[in-house]
Design a protein around this ligand. Structure first.
Ligand SMILES: Cc1cc2nc3c(=O)[nH]c(=O)nc-3n(C[C@H](O)[C@H](O)[C@H](O)COP(=O)(O)OP(=O)(O)OC[C@H]3O[C@@H](n4cnc5c(N)ncnc54)[C@H](O)[C@@H]3O)c2cc1C
Length: 433
C-alpha cells in the first residue's frame, strides 16, 4: 500500500517507520529542510543539539519502548538532576526530600500540604471536573496560598508564561502526574534522560530505517493541497503531486483546514477560538556552566525569561564539544507582538537577566548566543478546553488526521506523541492495511 504522511515531526516519522516496517511504501512530506519539527536539532557551532530543550523521564514508558523498537535504547543515558528556585534574588536547591524540608521560604505546614497535593493529584483519574477551575484556584484550595505564591506560580510561569492564570487545573494535574514520576522513589531523587547525540540521532536512525524499507522522507516540500479521486488521495506541493492509497496528516488542525479540500474534511468548529502558546528561547553556549541545576524556576517577574534550563547538567559535555549549553525560554501567547521582536532584543535583555541571577557569570565565558522561536507550540488549555478543541473528521476513509491539537488531558510531550502513534496504528492503520 502507498502511504503518504504529511509532517516529519516525531508523530509523522514514528508513524512512517511503523508503516515501512510492515512493508508499506511510505513517503513523508516535510516542509523544513530537516525532519524533527519542534524536536529538531540546530547547529551550535562545533556541535549540534536539540533546538529546544528535550529530556526523557523514567516514566516515559511508551517513548522508551519506541527507542527500544528503533534499536537505540542502549544510547539512552540517565543522570541525577537538580532543581533550583530563584526567589528574592537568591537561588535555592530543592532537589531532595531533605533540601525540600530545609527550604526556608515555606512553613512546615505548607510543606505537608504540598506533599498532600502531589499524592492527591496523582490519584485523580477523572480529569473532566478539573476543566471547570483554573490551575491557580485549584492549587490555592489544595495546596494553600503560601505554596501558590512561593512555589507553584514560578513553576506555572516557567511552563506557560503569564497566560498561566487562564489555564485549567487539567494542566497542573497532568504535569504532576508526569513530572513527579521522574523521581526515583527509592532514592527520592530526580533522574532525567537523553539519547546520546540528542534527537538528531533518533531522527537520523528513523529516517534510515524508513529508507532501508523502501520508503522516503521528502524535505523542503510544503503541502499546499490534499485532494482525492477514485485513484487515491493526492498530496500537492509546489514541486509535484504525489498519489497515495492512504494519507495521514500530522500537521496542526489549523494548517489542515487550509490545505485539505473542503469535501474531505469536517472541522467541528473554527480553530480560530483556540489560542496558542509560542516560545522564544535564547540558547547560550559557554565555556563554563552557568548553573548546576537542570531547571531553575524563577519567582521574579523582572527577569525576562521564565526559567533557566542547564542542559549540560543532563547531557555529557562530550555531546557538546566540551562546552555548556543553557536554554532560557520565555513562553508567550502566539498573538503577543513581543514574540516578533528582533533577536537583538532577546539577546540583550536575556543576557542582562542572566547576569543579575548569576553574578559570577562573565561575558568572556560566552562562545555563542542563539535565538530560537516557535510561534505555535501548543494550544492554551483554558477552562472547558476539551469543548473548544475543533473535532476533526475526514469524509474519506483513505484520509486520516493524527496530531497534537487533539490532546486534551495531557501536556505536550513525546511520550504522549508515541502513545498516540501506537493507538492510531493498532486501531486505524492496521484495519486499513
Ligand atoms: C521548548 C520546548 C521544549 C520541549 N521539551 C520537551 C521535553 O523535554 N520532553 C518531551 O517529551 N517533549 C518536549 N517538547 C514537546 C515535543 O517537542 C513535541 O511533543 C513534539 O515535537 C511534537 O511532534 P509532532 O510531530 O506532533 O509536531 P511537530 O514537531 O510540530 O511536527 C509537525 C511537522 O509538520 C510539518 N508541517 C506542518 N505543516 C506542513 C505542511 N503544510 N507541509 C509539510 N509539512 C508541514 C512541520 O514542519 C513539522 O515538522 C518540547 C517542546 C518545546 C517547544
Amino acid at each position: 500500500m502507498r502511504v503518504g504522511i504529511i509532517g516529519g515531526g516525531l508523530m509523522g516519522m514514528a508513524l512512517a517507520r511503523r508503516y515501512a516496517s510492515d512493508g508499506h511504501e511510505v513517503t513523508v512530506v516535510e516542509y523544513a529542510n530537516q525532519p524533527g519539527g519542534l524536536a529538531t536539532w540546530s547547529d551550535f557551532g562545533g556541535f549540534t543539539w536539540d533546538r529546544f530543550y528535550h529530556v526523557i523521564l523514567p516514566s516515559d514508558q511508551q517513548l522508551i519502548g519506541f527507542l527500544n523498537d528503533v534499536g537505540i535504547a542502549d544510547e539512552l543515558e540517565w543522570n541525577r538532576t537538580y532543581t533550583g528556585f530563584y526567589v528574592d534574588e537568591k537561588l535555592h536547591s530543592i532537589s531532595s526530600n531533605v533540601e525540600f524540608l530545609k527550604f526556608p521560604l515555606l512553613s512546615f505546614f505548607s510543606k505537608i500540604r504540598l506533599g498532600f497535593t502531589m499524592l492527591y493529584a496523582s490519584r485523580i483519574n477523572s480529569w473532566k471536573p478539573l476543566e471547570k477551575i483554573t490551575c491557580e484556584e485549584w492549587l490555592r484550595k489544595v495546596s494553600g496560598n503560601e505554596n501558590v505564591e512561593k512555589l507553584w506560580k514560578p513553576l506555572l510561569l516557567a511552563k506557560l508564561g503569564p497566560s498561566y492564570s487562564r489555564v485549567s487545573a487539567v494542566f497542573i494535574w497532568s504535569y504532576i502526574k508526569r513530572m513527579f514520576s521522574a523521581r526515583d522513589k527509592s532514592a527520592s531523587a530526580e533522574h532525567l534522560g537523553h539519547v546520546r547525540g540528542g534527537y538528531k540521532s533518533i531522527f537520523k536512525e528513523i529516517e534510515q530505517q524508513i529508507k532501508q524499507s523502501g520508503g522516503d522522507v521528502l524535505l523542503n516540500e510544503t503541502v499546499m493541497r490534499v485532494s482525492a479521486n477514485d485513484d487515491g488521495v493526492s498530496v500537492h506541493t509546489p514541486q509535484k503531486s504525489y498519489l497515495f492509497d492512504q494519507v495521514v496528516c500530522t500537521s496542526p488542525t489549523n494548517v489542515l483546514e487550509n490545505i485539505v479540500d473542503k469535501n474531505l474534511l469536517s472541522v467541528g468548529h473554527s480553530t480560530g477560538s483556540v489560542e496558542y502558546l509560542g516560545v522564544v528561547c535564547v540558547v547560550l553556549v559557554t565555556k563554563r556552566p552557568i548553573t548546576r541545576f537542570y531547571v531553575v524556576n524563577i519567582a521574579d517577574e523582572t527577569i525576562p525569561f521564565t526559567g533557566v534550563i542547564g542542559m549540560s547538567n543532563v547531557i555529557n559535555t562530550k555531546n557538546t564539544a566540551g562546552n555548556h549549553l543553557t536554554y532560557l525560554p520565555r513562553y508567550l501567547l502566539s498573538t503577543d507582538p513581543e514574540i516578533e521582536k528582533p533577536d537583538s532584543h532577546f539577546r540583550e535583555t536575556f543576557l542582562e537577566g542572566v547576569k543579575r541571577m548569576f553574578p559570577d557569570f562573565n561575558d568572556s565565558d560566552i562562545l555563542s548566543v542563539h535565538v530560537h522561536r516557535a510561534v505555535k507550540v501548543q494550544p492554551l488549555q483554558v477552562l472547558d478546553y476539551s469543548s473548544m478543541v475543533p473535532s476533526v473528521e475526514t469524509n474519506d476513509p483513505r484520509l486520516h488526521v493524527l496530531n497534537t491539537s487533539q490532546f486534551v488531558n495531557a501536556t505536550l510531550n513525546n511520550n504522549e506523541v508515541i502513545g498516540a502513534v501506537n493507538r492510531f496504528y493498532n486501531d486505524v492503520a492496521s484495519a486499513n492495511a
